[in-house]
Design a protein around this ligand. Structure first.
Ligand code: GCO
Length: 448
């Protein structure tokens, strides 16, 4: 009860603050929400994808998820009701090219219809070309483990761009390359479900490198195509850092020193300098594994940086769980063990700002399973927008904010257990949808 009153007080305070001082958002700021096709349409709709295969292996059933594929018009109505003016979604490669070299015109037509409907509603489409999901046949060829396979992904990107460049101007090549490499090839919780034994550490480093090369190739090729000059093409990076619960606890500290370079630093350094350096064991004073690659095109191969931010991950060690996510006393925790972390968000914004390109906050969200009174999600939205505003006031070029996510969806290895949505799976709105609506109206009213 006391906790509830405290929460409410905080919310009112933050809202008043937002209404008094906001004046830095420009009129064309993109107020968005983000989804991914597999998470919202499921394996029943994308049967030829790597994730359809993988979910079966780990015993999960996504079905049609919330059937965004068929219900996109309903989703657009939800967006209109909130006042959202941009929608980030992924264009599913496995539907467009279910078998190698075979293009499915009806899938292309589907995305055409989606874009037309968005544009008719004055909602700017932002498309992602790879959001953890690709055709199963691509995995059979070795997926991103093999540098020779990049050409297939580039070919898909060309097909899609040729078709949609007049309707879509905001393009994300790859969503969270480091998370794809790490979660799928080191800890095995995402497709293809590999765990780092034997050669696994090297494979993870190769996959990340190949994804970054694929991004550059796509950027270069699309920019040369008709419509390339008008398109804004970026990559999406999740600033994901690990912090030990006790800095003096050697096992926790070592785990973090090992993880952060893989999940964050290798990608950031590459985008900043063109040097890819993957040395997961370097802090342990031995260098049995070192992947180095230089590509001077890297710092010039993105028009914007997409920032996904959730939280700093706190690592705690105890004899029962060996390793687990932990938290510090007093932290407000989401249902996926990630905390409310405005300070971490502020730092992440400045870290990506140092790349010298415009920023879109392509994802930011909170898993809060309480349906009726999702106060932790509301706090997240308010505190995050405050941080965006502070950054704008400092002159940092942030062009949009996309809340993850519109409707509760399939949260990868967590199945339907984590609820990030502004709406539940029946598309009933939660209080946070109204809050986001009010904040968008408030900030937009004062926009210059
Ligand atoms: C990711 C993705 C999203 C997730 C979201 C919540 O970061 O894994 O881009 O697909 O659903 O981040 O965990």
């Amino acid at each position: 009860m006391v906790r509830n009153v405290h929460f409410k007080f905080l919310l009112v305070l933050l809202f008043v603050n937002a209404s008094l001082f906001s004046q830095k958002f420009s009129k064309d700021f993109q107020w968005g929400t983000a989804i991914a096709e597999f998470q919202n349409s499921g394996a029943a709709t994308l049967p030829d994808s790597n994730w359809a295969r993988f979910q079966e292996r780990i015993g999960l059933v996504s079905g049609k998820s919330v059937d965004h594929w068929n219900k996109y018009q309903e989703d657009i109505e939800l967006m209109k009701e909130i006042g959202i003016n941009s929608f980030r979604f992924s264009i599913d490669w496995s539907s467009i090219e279910p078998a190698q070299g075979m293009i499915n015109e009806s899938a292309l037509q589907h995305y055409d219809n989606l874009c037309m409907a968005l544009l008719a509603a004055n909602i700017t489409p932002m498309a992602t070309l790879h959001h953890f999901v690709h055709p199963a046949w691509f995995d059979d060829l070795g997926g991103f483990e093999r540098v020779e396979n990049i050409q297939y992904f580039v070919r898909f990107a060309q097909t899609v761009f040729a078709r949609f460049h007049d309707k879509i101007q905001l393009w994300c090549t790859i969503n969270e390359p480091a998370v794809y490499a790490f979660a799928g090839h080191l800890i095995g919780i995402h497709s293809p479900g590999k765990i780092a034994v034997k050669d696994g550490f090297r494979v993870c480093g190769e996959v990340l490198k190949n994804l970054l090369i694929a991004h550059i190739e796509i950027y270069q090729v699309l920019k040369q195509m008709s419509g390339g000059d008008r398109a804004q093409i970026g990559i999406v990076h999740n600033v994901l850092k690990f912090q030990p619960r006790y800095w003096f606890e050697p096992i926790e500290a070592s785990a973090c020193a090992f993880l952060t370079p893989i999940t964050n630093d290798a990608t950031m350094n590459f985008l900043r300098t063109g040097e890819y350096l993957y040395e997961p064991f370097s802090t342990f004073c031995c260098k049995p594994l070192r992947i180095v690659y230089q590509d001077d095109r890297a710092p010039h191969s993105f028009d914007f940086i997409g920032l996904n931010y959730y939280a700093t991950a706190v690592i705690g060690f105890n004899s029962d769980t060996i390793f687990g996510s932990a938290f510090f006393p007093g932290q407000i925790m989401g249902d996926m063990d990630l905390s409310l972390d405005p300070q971490g968000f502020a730092t992440a914004i400045r870290e990506v700002a140092a790349l010298g390109k415009p920023i879109y906050i392509t994802e930011n969200g909170m898993a809060d399973n309480s349906k009726k009174d999702d106060q932790r999600r509301q706090l997240l939205i308010m505190t995050s927008l405050e941080e965006v505003e502070k950054a704008l006031q400092e002159g940092i070029d942030i062009r949009g904010y996309y809340y993850w996510t519109l409707v509760d969806n399939f949260e990868w290895h967590k199945g339907f257990d984590a609820s990030f949505g502004l709406h539940d799976r029946e598309r009933n709105k939660k209080p946070s949808a109204d809050l986001y609506k009010n904040l968008i109206a408030e900030y937009s009213n004062r926009a210059f």
